[in-house]
Write a protein that binds this ligand. Structure first.
Ligand code: NAD
Length: 250
C-alpha cells in the first residue's frame, strides 16, 4: 500500500478465482477502498490479516473456519460471499459474528436482493393455493448445488408459509414420485456453459402462474455489492448482517 492509498483496506481471499479477480478489478475503480493484500490456496492468512480493515471472501466453504478464527481474534470485519457451507460452518459464522461484524450473503447483487423481497411479497399475496418451484442455472465450473441464492430463495419462501427449508425443499424428482405434496418447495439446479447466474421462482396456481426471474450477466454486480458491504461495515458493531441490511431493504 502506498501513502496515496485511501479508504477501507481490503484483504481479498480466493483472489485467483473468478470472483476474487472481479473484486480486485472493481476495487481498483473505487476510490473509497484499497486492496492491500490478496491470498489464495497456500498463502498465509495470519501474516497479512493484521494489515487490513476488512476481508472480502470468495473462496471455498472449508476455508471459512480458519478465516473466522483469525478475524475474531484480530477484530477484523468480514464479508463472506462464499457459498455451500455445512450447518456446522454456518453455526461457526454465527458464533464469530458475536465478536466482529459479518456480512454473509449468498448473493450481493441489488437485483437478486430485490428478487428476495419480491418473492416474499408474492408468496404472501398469492397464498398457499400456488405451488412454488425454484430453478437456478450456473456455469459448468460451479462446485456447489443448489446455489446459495436458490437455497436462500427457498428459505424465504418456506418461512413465508411457516415451513422450513430442511423439511420442505425437494431437490429434483425422478421415478414414480407420486402427486406433488402441497407444501413441497421444488429446488432444481441446471449447470452448463458460462452462465453467470439465473434464478426463477415459479408460483403455479390453477389457471395461472407467476414467474419472477433474475439473470446476472456480469460478476461485477456481485463484486461491487461485496465492496459496498465492506464499506458499510465500517464502524458497525459485531453482528450477523446480510445484503438486505446493507441495502436497507428490511
Ligand atoms: P473459483 O473456483 O473461480 O474461485 C475460488 C478461489 O478460491 C480459487 O482461486 C481457489 O484456489 C481459492 N481457494 C480455495 N480454497 C482456498 C483457501 N483455503 N484459501 C484461499 N483461497 C482458496 O470460484 P468463484 O466462481 O470465484 O466462486 C467462489 C465462491 O463464491 C463460490 O462459493 C461461489 O458460489 C461464491 N459466489 C458468491 C456470490 C455472491 O454474490 N455471494 C457470487 C458468485 C459466486
Amino acid at each position: 500500500m502506498s501513502d496515496t492509498d485511501t479508504g477501507v483496506k481490503l484483504l481479498v481471499t480466493g483472489a485467483l478465482g473468478r470472483m476474487g479477480q472481479a473484486v480486485i478489478r472493481c476495487a481498483a475503480a473505487d476510490a473509497d477502498v484499497t486492496v492491500v493484500h490478496q491470498i489464495d490456496v497456500g498463502d498465509s492468512l495470519l501474516s497479512v490479516l493484521p494489515n487490513c480493515d476488512a476481508v472480502v471472501d470468495f473462496s471455498f466453504h472449508a476455508f471459512t473456519g480458519e478465516l473466522l478464527r483469525g478475524c475474531a481474534e484480530l477484530g477484523k470485519s468480514i464479508v463472506i460471499g462464499t457459498t455451500g457451507h455445512t450447518d456446522d460452518e454456518v453455526n461457526a459464522i454465527r458464533t464469530a459474528a458475536q465478536k466482529v461484524p459479518v456480512v454473509f450473503a449468498p448473493n450481493f447483487s441489488v437485483g437478486v436482493n430485490t428478487l428476495f423481497w419480491l418473492s416474499q411479497k408474492a408468496s404472501e399475496i398469492l397464498g398457499d393455493g400456488f405451488d412454488i418451484e425454484v430453478v437456478e442455472m450456473h456455469h459448468r465450473l460451479k462446485k456447489d448445488a443448489p446455489s446459495g441464492t436458490a437455497k436462500r430463495l427457498a428459505e424465504i419462501l418456506a418461512e413465508s408459509r411457516g415451513l422450513t427449508y430442511n423439511e420442505h425443499a425437494q431437490h429434483g424428482r425422478e421415478g414414480i414420485v407420486g402427486e406433488r405434496p402441497h407444501q413441497e418447495i421444488g429446488v432444481h439446479a441446471l449447470r452448463g456453459g458460462d452462465v453467470v447466474g439465473d434464478h426463477t421462482v415459479t408460483f403455479a396456481g390453477i389457471g395461472e402462474r407467476v414467474e419472477l426471474t433474475h439473470k446476472a450477466s456480469s460478476r461485477d454486480t456481485f463484486a461491487n455489492g461485496a465492496i459496498r458491504a465492506a464499506k458499510w461495515l465500517r464502524g458497525k458493531p459485531a453482528g450477523l448482517y446480510d445484503m438486505q441490511d446493507v441495502l436497507e431493504l428490511k
